[in-house]
Design a binder for this molecule. Sequence first.
Ligand SMILES: C[S@@+](CC[C@H](N)C(=O)[O-])C[C@H]1O[C@@H](n2cnc3c(N)ncnc32)[C@H](O)[C@@H]1O
Length: 266
Amino acid sequence: MQQQTIAKKNAISSITPDVFKQREQNRLSLFSQTWMQKIPKVFEDIPSYYRAGNIIASLGLWELWVWQFVKTIKLHPKDKVLDVCAGTNCIGIKLLKKQPDISVTAIDRSKEMQEYGKNEAKKSGFNIESIIQDVHQLPFPDNTFDVITLQAASRHLRLDVALPEIYRVLKPGGCFYHCDMLKPSNNILKWLYLNYLHISLPFTACIFSSSKSCCDCKDYFTEVINHFYTTEELSGVMEIIGFSPVTCKKSIWCGMVGFHRAQKLL
Ligand SMILES: C[S@@+](CC[C@H](N)C(=O)[O-])C[C@H]1O[C@@H](n2cnc3c(N)ncnc32)[C@H](O)[C@@H]1O
């Protein structure tokens, strides 16, 4: 896997606060109805085949991305960790295996994903506190967590609302770790990638006999990436929110998947 650390300087030049505001308004006008009405129904259907579906749709790369993400996360004894959009608790469980004396709180608005995730944690001998709530408002005081993670969900969120909330509840000096499918910066690769998703997602939905709600969202899953940020732009966004320093790594293919580490100033 090719990895490339992006200089902070490049990230700053790629996006300005005005551009960020416009891009978020555009994403909101395009996707707010899907986010509010359709996405919750999608996640009712998929908990039991979420992992297998991702492995098939990504031709096996999914597990590598999860492993790589968890590897980037630095934990200390007794850390308080918040997993935002925790879904099946895949990340929380892997973090507890890495450092069993941490405490992990999961927040997600899908009861079905979290029920599945709670069960998975129990099977591994861990307890993960679960909060069922929309993550655009986090029910925690300022400066609560040492580490916050967000994996495979940021493209479904309003980043101008969710990221300031994450920043608020992170302790000064604490780290926010992010990983998601991002927009490749190279146009040819972007075209190939989005067209591949157009084929692989309905194929995967067919294999698992997904619900009508999932099948109805097949265009959304490619469109939302097309209107999302590149790895460098997302670094710039995190810097606009106030995180510093922000570092990132790209996966293969010019940033199909990006990994960010963003610190809250001491
Ligand atoms: C791709 S999935 C799960 C990713 C998770 N890291 C995992 O390993 O299972 C994305 C999750 O984001 C959650 N989600 C999306 N929008 C949300 C919102 N506005 N508030 C809370 N959760 C949200 C969904 O319910 C879903 O569980």
